[in-house]
Ligand binder design. Structure first.
Ligand SMILES: Nc1ncnc2c1ncn2[C@@H]1O[C@H](COP(=O)(O)OP(=O)(O)OP(=O)(O)O)[C@@H](O)[C@H]1O
Ligand SMILES: [Mg+2]
Length: 325
């Protein structure tokens, strides 16, 4: 139950993040659209045909570029733009540079020199900034929606397989990757993730239950590292088994605790954070697969190694998996 609860909480969290990004982007689009709709008629009225042509050119650049990745990059670009504006003879270089750098413009500004030197420069740039924001925010929505889609697709793949009470042949690496997808948000910032997957055969297993094994082990590793450290995952093969190793750089488990961690309700976490069921569920699921788990831990390096028996020649799934839609 704890494992399933954790998986669901993780999933809700993972889907919540792109949804939050979508909401924020929609709000930005709303605001930028309102502004540009009032600004555009003024620009059209005030700009001569020559300046209007330069306005359109600058707008096309802004729509084709991405915003700078970091504020450091943005500051660097702002200094460059400020310098080139000053070289072109623009008096308000320092005022105009921030909007241009936030749009990520790296082109030579000479082709739009007349516009930048005109009294309408600041207003024109602000208008372009707002129109470009509509563009970049719709791009953000697209990226976030794709991410939410991937999470749902990963779960759907498992839900379908969960229909059966019989073992089916499945890829272990795909199951581990699904667990990693669910924890993506907790991993992406300060966890250095390394994966070494050897080409191993699929095995007869209960994939949805193994997903709980991987998500419990990865979840424990992430909790132990408190958001910062390295996580290494390896898949390999011995003569009889498929081996999965999950190593974290957290504080480790004392010898005394190592005797207890597979006991139901043993936890060192504050109440509300863990109920001590994860690893007991892991051992139950591995028993059902005739597999086993080993542990090696010292401060800074904790490795859980899972062994699952490879299929014996002639072994067949007791049920053909439903065709994937
Ligand atoms: N990678 C790890 N590093 C350090 N300690 C660990 C690690 N994995 C497990 N432990 C220890 O083992 C204990 C039991 O783990 P288990 O997954 O069974 O329960 P939990 O994580 O405390 O709670 P739950 O999984 O039910 O949310 C943990 O409380 C922790 O002390
Ligand atoms: Mg746990």
């Amino acid at each position: 139950m704890a494992a399933l609860g954790e998986l669901m909480a993780g999933t809700a969290h993972e889907i919540n993040t792109p949804l939050g990004a979508i909401q924020a982007s929609i709000w930005n689009i709303h605001r930028s659209l309102e502004r540009s709709l009032t600004q555009l008629p003024v620009v059209l009225e005030q700009l001569s045909p020559e300046l209007w042509a330069e306005f359109q050119l600058l707008l096309s650049w802004a729509q084709a570029t991405q915003e700078p990745e970091s504020s450091r990059e943005e500051r660097q670009l702002r200094r460059q733009i400020c310098q080139s504006l000053a070289d072109l003879g623009v008096a308000e270089a320092a005022d105009l540079a921030p909007s241009l750098s936030q749009m990520g413009l790296t082109q030579s500004l000479e082709p739009v020199q007349q516009l930048l030197l005109s009294p309408q420069a600041a207003f024109a740039i602000e208008t372009i900034y707002n129109i470009a924001a509509i563009h970049s925010n719709s791009h953000n929505i697209q990226v976030a929606a794709e991410r939410a889609n991937r999470i749902v697709a990963a779960l759907k793949g498992y839900a379908r397989r969960g229909d059966t009470d019989h073992k089916i042949r499945a890829s272990i690496a795909a199951g581990i990757d699904t667990a990693l997808t669910l924890y993506h948000n907790q991993i992406k910032h300060d966890i250095e993730l390394t994966k070494h997957y050897e080409a191993v055969p699929e095995i007869l297993c209960y994939p949805e239950e193994l997903l709980q094994v991987w998500s419990n082990l990865v979840g424990n590793a992430l909790q132990a590292m408190r958001g910062k450290g390295s996580l290494a995952i390896a898949v390999s093969q011995t003569t009889t088994d498929l081996a999965v190793s999950i190593t974290d750089s957290g504080p480790g488990i004392s010898l005394e605790d190592q005797q207890k961690i597979f006991t139901p309700f043993f936890t060192t976490k504050p109440s509300g954070e863990g109920c001590g069921l994860g690893l007991s569920i892991v051992s139950k699921i591995l028993d059902k697969h005739n597999g086993r788990i080993e542990l090696q831990s010292e401060p800074g390096k904790t490795e859980f190694r899972v062994f699952l028996p490879l299929d014996r020649p002639g072994e067949h799934p007791s049920q053909v998996p439903p065709p994937s839609a």
